[in-house]
Design a protein around this ligand. Structure first.
Ligand code: FAQ
Length: 336
């Protein structure tokens, strides 16, 4: 259930290898490489190397899980938004994140994996989701900072994905990026309002910036030298810009925004490097990053427990939808 794929390998069955097995398949691979080099899209029914398919399933499903788990830290504040306007905005934003998860699960399904398998991988802890969503949202200013920095980093990373070689992923990303851009602006607007408020409000914003800055930089993934998938992903046109280059672009874009806002970024080594034409920044705590990725961050356990609970609570909705669809099919058969 919950799939758009036509040929779904079900759990337990041997997967048919799709890699090159004969001279003819080797020719397919050469044609595939040439196609990617020409910048053409690869579509679901096209031949593709098995490793390409697997890497896409991994990345797209991790991305989908991130959107769904990413609803939790903000959803936590919907009932506590300080005005009806802010509540409506936050509600729309969290709903958008849910929608992004759905587009992305649908894109992953076109690669021959079922939604149930993907959800099971998340719930069992086998699949990853973005490290950023394992940090707590302690004050209303965190909601603004998530919009500004987390959505800001997400856009920086996702714009190049609109040109990735896999058609369904690239097309999903176009719409997602448009919505993320609204998310980023609402966060910045919220923070501008708070910075024009009381001393306490300004302190809340600074405190939130101090806590989210470094985790936001970690969203781009490990240093290029420690990035296991970058080589293949770049060769296959999935990754267009490296982890470190995107991180640098994000820092360069964000420093002037922090100045306008009137906050200090928590990095004493942040300085303009005239020769490079970029902002230099201090070392990232990679031990913290890998610790969070391994499931030992502040909120990893709660986030997964909340997702599993929500899935179990929603069982009756899935059953009702299936029963309704069955009834409709039965009625259509009678009418035919
Ligand atoms: N967190 O070899 P690489 C959002 C893992 S959406 C956890 O460099 P790759 C919207 C990586 O999986 C945010 N794990 O990997 C929103 C791999 O482990 P594996 C999500 C991470 O794939 C806003 C290992 O480290 N965005 O925020 C992370 O080539 C507000 C080695 O890394 C996407 O998913 C991390 N940060 O590059 C929602 C974008 N980084 O799988 C709600 C699509 C790396 O071998 C509220 N994804 N790892 O076990 C990508 O662009 C890429 O997957 C990267 C990582 C760049 C994230």
């Amino acid at each position: 259930m919950y799939t758009q794929a036509i040929d779904i390998p079900q759990g337990g069955k041997e997967e048919a290898p799709r890699g090159p097995r004969s001279l003819q398949d080797g020719e397919y691979e050469a044609e595939f490489d040439a196609r990617v080099a020409r910048g053409e899209f690869v579509e679901p029914k096209d031949w593709m190397p098995e490793a390409y398919r697997k890497t896409l399933v991994r990345q797209i499903s991790q991305h989908a899980h991130s959107e769904i788990v990413g609803m939790l830290p903000e959803g936590n504040w919907i009932t506590r938004a300080p005005s009806l306007k802010r509540k409506a905005i936050l509600l729309a934003k969290v709903q958008d994140e849910g929608g992004h998860g759905m587009y992305l699960y649908a894109a992953a399904e076109t690669l021959g994996v079922s939604r149930d398998e993907l959800i099971e991988a998340l719930h069992s802890g086998k699949a990853k989701y973005s490290s950023i969503f394992n940090y707590p949202t302690l004050s209303w200013a965190d909601i603004g900072v998530i919009g500004w920095l987390v959505d800001g980093a997400a856009i920086m990373n996702q714009i190049p994905l609109c040109r990735c070689s896999y058609g369904p992923y690239a097309r999903a990303m176009i719409r997602i990026c448009k919505e993320e851009s609204f998310h980023q602006r609402q966060g910045y607007d919220l923070l501008l309002t708070m910075m024009k408020g009381t001393v306490e409000q300004r302190e809340l914003v600074q405190d939130a910036v101090n806590r989210w800055w470094w985790p936001a930089l970690m969203m781009f993934g490990p240093h290029d030298s420690a990035s296991t998938h970058s080589g293949d992903s770049s060769k296959w046109g999935i990754k267009r810009i490296s982890n470190d280059d995107l991180r640098q672009k994000f820092v360069d874009a964000t420093v002037p925004q922090a100045k306008v806002l009137g906050v200090t970024l928590p990095d004493p080594m942040l300085s303009w490097n005239e020769a490079r034409g970029h902002w230099d920044f201090g070392p990232i705590d990679w031990q913290e990053f890998w610790n969070v990725v391994a499931g030992h961050g502040q909120c990893n356990r709660d986030r997964l427990a909340d997702r599993v609970q929500a899935w179990e609570d929603g069982a009756w909705v899935r059953e009702a939808a299936l029963a309704h669809a069955q009834k409709q099919r039965h009625r259509d058969r009678l009418a035919a």
